[in-house]
Design a protein. Structure first.
Lengths: 914, 374
């Protein structure tokens, strides 16, 4: 909508990363009893499975909630997280950690298939719990004719969804166990400190389970049914459960302590039992190597980590990162290494100095071969039809590799690739989830993890072995648990398993027996035997994060293993019976309202804003119409000539986003050059946006309009037919802290030309350069530099406002209104306080983070003749409130570089740092 | 006349007319007595009344109010009474559907309105709740008893009114004076309220406790634990029948509370059972309506609807009637569970169907009240 208000300006004046539509999907719609399932042709089998899961879940949830939903629930399925990240259902960029989401305006549920049917069923049910929760609350409030509803806390919404969609599993247990044993368990009143994180999900799940077990299985649904009776969540819980949230929290904390403290007598803490090698951020998937050549020959550990916000690949000595750490590759800053799949995928390295890893590169994953000698990627492997590549491993001779790959259909199999020729082929070929492949010692077979075991439908994963040429897999381990990340060695196959509740490292011996190698409480994963065979390098979870640990190989308890018969197919993911599928047809654009509201405000610069606003978009969010209708008439005679309307159509279906619009605007405006004036604009616009990658794009906008400008203060009238063209190049790979960017860059270069068609002359031209660079100094500190230049000339040059807390500190907001501006800013950003909680009689208020800034700005703004540079310097405080708003307090003095202003200027404003 | 003045007069008169909707006043003279002993809400008794109902679900009359039902429909003095979310009780002539008037309460009435003789009883409010007794002839309050956190539907037996509170206490109140005759600790809240049979009052609680009290003195006869939330009223026949929110269904000895038999079903049960002769009927959240043998618990038949059953089934003559959240009213043959008829509705029915022995009545959530029969 802002396109209209800024029609005199350059609509491209902003940054932001791009959601790129790499793939064209042929969307279909399947209607079942309670769902409309949107899927593309290639994933039809997954859609049928989703239909069965969703209908099963519907009945269970209808029973739990005592509630039915009568309108079909839109369920949008993507066969891979890489495709899921392209969805337009939400305009925001989806982090890799998002496993699915429910959108509230249209009640759409969007879920990707990760390869595992069990995980898929969990995500679908989790999102459906959200749909039922919202619908139930709406129903309860509607029955009572109440429209003001107590806001449910996010931890309760997500905790309930987790509790009613999955069992209390190993991951949930380790999160809570770690918090309790570290003495850092959050009481319910402080859950907001971890709002939106995985911790919050599991804390919420634990509380919901506690309420269910301690106070009665009917209480959770009664909380929803009693929603209308309370003014806030605490009151609703109090009258349903009979105890306040604080009392419940006290009992819940006590319950967890009683549960977890005794366990420490049986198993140990990871950093006591093993040696911690990494310290910062998250670090995992460590691979020990003995580098045979090059200037860094010797023992090293190659690993993935997210140390300061971005993930990357690093190398450290076997004693740990404190001695020497090398950054090998920085991910998430360019299209080639858009995502290194930090948690999802392992990496491999060998003694010859090669590293094999996968990364998202534009549409899909590619396999990279990195040479440690030259410290760069030397080869890139792209595989037709394979969308996702996970956990690649070298053969022992380093010439071949295996990995777990997912096709567009969502089917996940083991693949073999010849690294010299790039030829690849499937090793397994079925619908089971196969992952973590590794070559046997002789390179003639592959050991991998798979859910093809008898309890695989319920999430169990066991180890299998299959000849490199393919064939029937032989089962190596069996049981209703998860055996993952095998590592083959002379002494046996090391693997991680949650067979004894917490994940630990085990070894499968050649005689079929199993030894437990580690015994830690909070999880040990990704075992890799060191080259000398004496130690295991593994990823361990403790103190809220993953780090890399080393532990000597010592056998502990010997376990026996029972095998299931080899090659037997135990289960098959069920599809919905055809008789329950009402129809399955090609998707036709289906528009419905996103928003329709009435609001009016007046801004002297932009004129009247508001009126009737409406947005229509289709079910997939690919196409949208935006409408605006206002009237600025001041007398009856002006009624018909004063209608402001605008309609815009935006298409985001393809990589090239485009839009067209028509508008008529008539209003009184103000600027510091012309004063108050009336302007009537009638015209149309065209808009093109082509993302080159997630980080870079080019865009252009054209306005063709009749403009009649009446500057009544000076009795000047200008009437003409104008065409304006703007072209922008935008780059943004910035990483944000709570108060603004702290690493990366943001660039915007724009040029524009406005021509009068009837008078046949150029009206104005403009150029804009805005370059911002952020140099990371520490975890929360950075040095930010900005250079900004703007110039416009012609008969009616464009002028922009400048000055204030967002631009030139020390000078008032909109202090400058000129057609030439040059400006540079230096800012040192540093942390002051994290998580300040201020107590008030009515409760505590938490400030998520308080950051400090030291800045020095210099620049000048002029129309015809450059005068002189002026500057300002000072300090500021940024207070972030719940990731929604940042309060800015600036104390500054101005200077003309000869003398400094005697008084310190104070300014308070809102907004993120530049 | 000035248009503005005309407009104001029209506005005021419409407001006046709207605000003066007829208050329900029971005319003096013969009081129509309902055959249906609904104030007891002891559903096992209903099947013992002879009925001329033939199992038809044809529309006889339909009325609509701009309010939403918030409590079970009740019948009394020839009227059908519906309590709405706007704290009003609406009266309709049960034969014609003609509105007889309404009573405005100061708070929401979730208990429904019970009528004995010419007196109406209702519990209103959430936390600061009050039990009220009003004279339907005059519309005046007879008594009002403030009792914290009253919950569920009360029952009235002879001159005694029994109700439970959130605090885990069962009360017996003199229905003519409003004085508390006795109160007893029943361990936890009884969400649906008590049931009565042969001098005993049974309180099922949400912590799984079943308390049996002597109706006269409040003496505790037995108290047993079933380890399952009991969210609905007990039905009493040869045994006491209780349904659990975890899917359990229990038959207990009426005098000692000893378990006679128990069944486990896969879906939670939030509705009250209904006893009829040798069958006990129960509807669950999975949409199943089952008939069990009262003595052994053996499943005699089951019927599957497409939605959650939250309205307790009732027996009318030879038929079993219930509403499901699939927006259907079902009429089954109570002997074999075969579908006799069903009627598709536009909105949900969340409260039990009621009947006068000839017709059936129910309220949809949009405020539509329907009378079906033939």
């Amino acid at each position: 909508m802002i396109l209209f208000f800024a029609s005199e300006g350059h609509a491209q004046f902003y940054f932001g990363k791009n959601k790129v539509q790499y793939t064209r999907f042929n969307w279909q719609v399947m209607e079942t009893e309670h769902f409309r399932i949107f899927f593309y042709v290639e994933e039809e089998e997954i859609a049928k499975i989703a239909a069965r899961i969703a209908e099963d879940d519907y009945r269970i949830l209808a029973s739990r909630f005592k509630h039915e939903i009568y309108n079909p629930i839109p369920l949008i399925i993507y066969s891979s997280p890489n495709y899921f990240s392209q969805t337009n259902v939400t305009p925001t960029l989806l982090p890799e950690s998002v496993g699915g989401f429910t959108e509230f305006l249209k009640g759409r549920v969007v879920v990707p298939f990760h390869g595992s049917y069990f995980d898929f069923a969990h995500v679908v049910e989790h999102e459906l719990v959200h749909v039922f929760t919202i619908s139930k609350l709406e129903s309860v409030m509607s029955i009572q004719r109440l429209y003001k509803m107590a806001t449910p806390p996010l931890w309760f919404i997500e905790g309930l969804a987790e509790y009613w969609s999955t069992e209390w599993d190993t991951e949930a247990d380790l999160i809570l166990k770690d918090m309790v044993l570290a003495g850092k368990l959050f009481p319910i009143s402080r859950f907001y400190e971890v709002n939106g994180t995985y911790y919050m999900y599991k804390l919420g799940q634990s509380v919901c389970q506690f309420i269910n077990d301690k106070y009665g299985s009917e209480k959770l649904v009664l909380i929803l049914e009693n929603w209308w009776k309370g003014n806030d969540f605490n009151q609703i819980v109090q009258l349903t459960v009979g105890e306040s949230l604080n009392e419940i929290s006290r009992k819940w904390e006590y319950f967890l302590k009683k549960k977890y403290f005794p366990q420490i007598s049986e198993q140990g803490l990871t950093d006591i039992e093993a040696r911690r090698l990494t310290k910062s951020g998250y670090a995992l998937k460590g691979v020990p190597i003995d580098l045979k050549n090059g200037r860094n020959s010797g023992e090293w550990i190659i690993f993935k980590a997210n140390r300061l916000g971005y993930s990357g690949i690093y190398m450290m000595p076997p004693d740990g990162e404190e001695r020497r750490l090398h950054t090998l590759l920085k991910g998430e800053r360019s299209a080639s290494y858009e995502s290194l799949h930090l948690l999802q995928s392992g990496i491999d390295a060998n003694d010859s100095g090669f590293i094999l890893f996968s990364s998202k590169s534009e549409e899909k994953d590619v396999l990279y071969l990195f040479d440690l000698c030259v410290r760069s990627v030397i080869k890139k492997y792209e595989f037709t039809d394979i969308v996702s590549i996970v956990s690649p491993r070298f053969s022992h001779d380093g010439k071949k590799a295996v990995f777990s790959g997912t096709l567009k259909s969502g089917i996940c199999d083991i693949y073999f690739v010849n690294l010299e020729t790039g030829n690849f082929r499937k090793v397994t070929d079925d619908f089971y989830y196969d992952t973590d492949p590794v070559f046997s010692l002789a390179d003639d077979s592959i050991v991998f993890a798979s859910d093809r075991c008898s309890d695989g439908e319920n999430g169990a994963i066991n180890l299998y072995q299959i000849p490199v040429e393919g064939g029937k897999p032989v089962q190596l381990t069996s049981g209703s648990w998860r055996d993952l990340t095998p590592d083959v060695s002379d002494s046996g196959i090391y693997f991680a398993s949650d067979r004894e509740k917490a994940f630990n490292i085990f070894r499968l011996n050649s005689n079929g027996t199993i030894n437990r190698i580690t015994s830690v409480l909070t999880g040990a994963y990704d075992p890799r035997l060191t080259p000398d065979g004496k130690s295991i390098i593994f990823s361990g979870y403790q103190d809220f994060g993953f780090q890399i640990y080393r532990i000597p190989v010592k056998d502990s308890i010997l376990l026996t293993e029972t095998k299931e018969s080899a090659g037997q197919t135990f289960w098959k993911p069920g599809s919905l019976d055809r008789k329950y599928v009402k129809s399955s047809v090609q998707y036709k654009t289906d528009y419905s309202f996103d928003i329709a509201q009435s609001a009016v405000s007046y801004d002297p610069v932009y004129g009247s804003i508001g009126g009737l606003q409406a947005a229509l978009s289709d079910m997939l969010g690919n196409k949208a119409y935006y409408f605006l209708l206002t009237n600025t008439a001041e007398t009856k005679n002006e009624l018909f000539s004063s209608f402001n309307f605008a309609v815009t159509y935006i298409s985001k279906e393809r990589r090239l986003n485009w839009g067209v619009g028509l508008y008529h605007l008539y209003d009184e405006y103000y600027n510091d050059y012309d004063g108050y004036f009336y302007e009537r604009q009638v015209g149309g616009l065209g808009y093109l946006n082509y993302p080159l990658s997630k980080f870079n794009r080019i865009e252009t906008t054209t306005y063709l309009r009749y403009s009649n400008k009446n500057i009544w203060m000076f009795e000047r009238n200008r009437e003409t037919l104008l065409i304006s063209n703007y072209f922008s190049a935008v780059s943004d790979n910035s990483l944000w802290d709570v108060s603004g960017p702290i690493e990366g860059h943001r660039y915007n270069i724009t040029i524009g030309l406005t021509t009068s068609l009837d008078k046949g002359k150029i009206y104005n031209q403009l150029g804009l350069v805005d370059l911002r660079h952020y140099f990371r100094l520490g975890k929360y500190s950075a040095h930010a530099i900005r250079f900004f230049a703007f110039s416009s000339s012609g008969d009616e040059p464009q002028r922009i406002y400048f000055g204030g807390s967002w631009s030139f500190r020390g000078y008032g907001r909109r202090a400058f209104y000129n057609r030439n501006i040059v400006f540079a800013s230096n800012e040192l950003r540093f942390p002051l306080i994290d998580n300040l909680i201020v107590g008030f009689p009515f409760g505590g208020i938490g400030f998520q983070a308080i950051r400090g800034a030291l800045f020095f700005d210099a620049g000048s703004a002029w129309d015809d003749k450059f005068d002189q540079l002026i500057g300002s310097f000072g300090t500021g405080i940024r207070v972030a409130l719940s990731q929604v708003i940042v309060l800015r307090f600036d104390f500054s003095r101005t200077t003309d570089f000869e003398k400094t202003s005697p008084k310190t200027q104070f300014e308070f404003f809102f907004g993120w740092n530049f | 006349m000035n248009r503005n003045i005309l407009f104001i007069i029209l506005l005021l008169s419409s407001l006046l007319m709207g605000g003066c909707a007829r208050k329900f006043i029971l005319p003096r003279g013969e009081i129509p007595v309902s055959k249906w002993n609904y104030p007891r809400r002891n559903v096992q008794s209903v099947a013992q009344i002879e009925s001329a109902y033939k199992g038809g679900l044809n529309l006889i009359w339909e009325k609509h109010i701009s309010d939403m039902p918030i409590a079970p429909l009740t019948m009394g003095v020839g009227n059908l009474i519906l309590c709405g979310a706007e704290s009003k009780a609406y009266f309709f002539d049960s034969k014609t559907g003609h509105p007889s008037g309404r009573i405005k309460s100061d708070k929401i009435t979730e208990s429904g309105l019970l009528i004995i003789d010419t007196l109406a009883y209702y519990n209103c409010g959430i936390n600061k709740s009050a039990m009220n007794c009003i004279n339907l002839h005059s519309g005046h309050s007879i008594w009002r008893l403030l009792l914290k956190d009253m919950i569920g539907t009360p029952i009235i037996i002879e001159n005694r009114l029994f109700i439970a509170a959130d605090t885990g206490t069962g009360y017996c109140i003199d229905r003519l004076t409003g004085k508390i005759l006795w109160s007893r600790w029943i361990k936890s809240k009884s969400p649906a309220g008590p049931s009565y049979d042969e001098g005993m009052v049974y309180y099922p609680s949400d912590n799984g406790t079943v308390s049996c009290l002597d109706a006269k003195m409040g003496e505790m006869k037995f108290q047993i634990e079933l380890n399952e939330p009991l969210m609905s009223k007990a039905a009493v026949g040869d045994y006491i029948y209780l349904s659990g929110a975890n899917g359990g269904f229990f038959a207990l000895d009426k005098m000692t509370g000893k378990p006679r038999w128990a069944k486990e079903f896969p879906w939670p049960i939030w509705t009250s059972p209904t006893v009829d002769g040798k069958s006990v009927f129960i509807g669950d959240n999975g949409g199943y309506l089952r008939a069990l043998d009262v003595d052994s618990g053996k499943i005699l038949w089951e019927f599957k609807s497409d939605g959650v059953i939250v309205s307790s089934p009732i027996v009318v003559g030879e038929f079993l009637l219930f509403a499901s959240l699939d927006r259907n009213i079902y009429c089954l043959d109570k002997k074999n569970g075969l579908l006799v008829s069903k009627r598709q509705l536009k909105h949900e029915v969340r409260f039990p169907i009621v009947s006068d022995g000839y017709m059936i009545f129910f309220a949809e959530q949009d405020g539509t009240i329907q009378c079906l029969g033939d």
